[in-house]
Design a protein around this ligand. Sequence first.
Ligand code: DP6
Length: 335
Amino acid sequence: MATAIATPNIAFVKYWGNRDEKLILPAGGSISMTLDRQFTTTTTVYFPGSLGADEIKLNGKGVEAGEARRIVEHLDAMRKAAGSKLRARVESVNSFPTSAGLASSASGFAALTLACAKALGLHRNMSELSALARLGSGSACRSLFGGFVEWEMGKRKDGEDSVARQIAPPSHWPELRDVVAIVSGEKKHISSREAMRRTVETSRLFKERMGTHGRRLDAVREALLEKDAGALFEEIMTESGSMHAVMRDSRPPIIYMNEVSARIVDAVKEFNAAGEGRARCGYTFDAGPNAHVITTQRYENEVREMLLDVKGVKQVMVSGVGEGPEMSEEHLFKI
Ligand code: DP6
C-alpha cells in the first residue's frame, strides 16, 4: 500500500498533438511550472492479492466507464513494468474541480504512477517514472518534478527518451505566481486526447505551429532561466493564442475558451497597457475556459483584484511554484 500527493502543472509552452498516440509521444516539447499545494491530488493504491478486478474511487465516488478504463489501462502498464498480475484498490481525492481545465489528469496520473510504483516495489528513477506517467496522461510526466520542467519530445520510436526533467528548481524564481481564475467547474465537452487527434488530422495551421515550436521552447526556456518576466509573459500569451488557434482551425472547430475567457484576455491587455511598456502579467489557457494569469509576487494582489472584477469569474486562487510530488504515510483508507 502506498500514498502519493501530486500537484498539477501549468504549461507555458503547450503539449498539443501526438506523433504516436498509443505511446503518447508528443509532436513537440513543452515547458511548465509545477503548482504548489493549493491544488493537490492524493492517491492511495493497495494491492491486496485477493481482488478479481481493480476497484477505483475518485473523490469518494465510483468513476464512469471511460475514466475507469483509462485508469485500469494505466494500472496495466504499471503492472507490466513491475511483472505483477495483482489487482488494485485505488482511492483518489482532488482538492479542486476535476476536469475543469485545471489539469487534474496531470496531478492524478502523476500521483497514481508514484503510488503504484511504490506499492509494487518498482524501483525506477524519476526520469523513468515520468515516462510511465506519460502513458497515463501526457502532461502528467511534467508533474513528477517541482519548479520549472521541460518534457522533451524525444526521438526514439519506443518513447524511452520522451521524458520530463527539471530545468530549474522552485528556488530559482520563487516570486512567480499563477493566479487562477475559475470560470467554470464543468467537465470539458471534448477530451484533450480526442481534440488533439482532430487537430493533428484536420488543422493546416497545426503544421505552421509546429514549424516555429522549437523557437518558442528556446525563448520560454531562456526567459525562465534569465528571469525575464516581461519576455516570459509575452511569450506565453502568444503561445496560448497559437494553441487555441489550431484548436479553432480543426474541423469541426474545438472551442474551449468562452466569453468570460475573452473578457479576461481584454482585462490583462488593459492591465499591461497601464504599465511602463513591459507586460506585468500574461495569461495562458489550457483545454478549458479557466485562465491562468502568470505574474510575480509584486503584482499578485493587483492581478487578483483585476480578475475578480471580470464579470463571470467565480473564484480566484493563487499558486506559487510547487516543490513537486511527495509520498505520504497518511493513507486514504485502512486495511
Ligand atoms: C492543453 O496531458 O491532459 O493542458 O494525455 O489526454 O491526458 P491527455 O492530455 P493532457 O493534455 C494537456 C493539454 C494541455 C497543454 C499542456 O498541459 O501542455
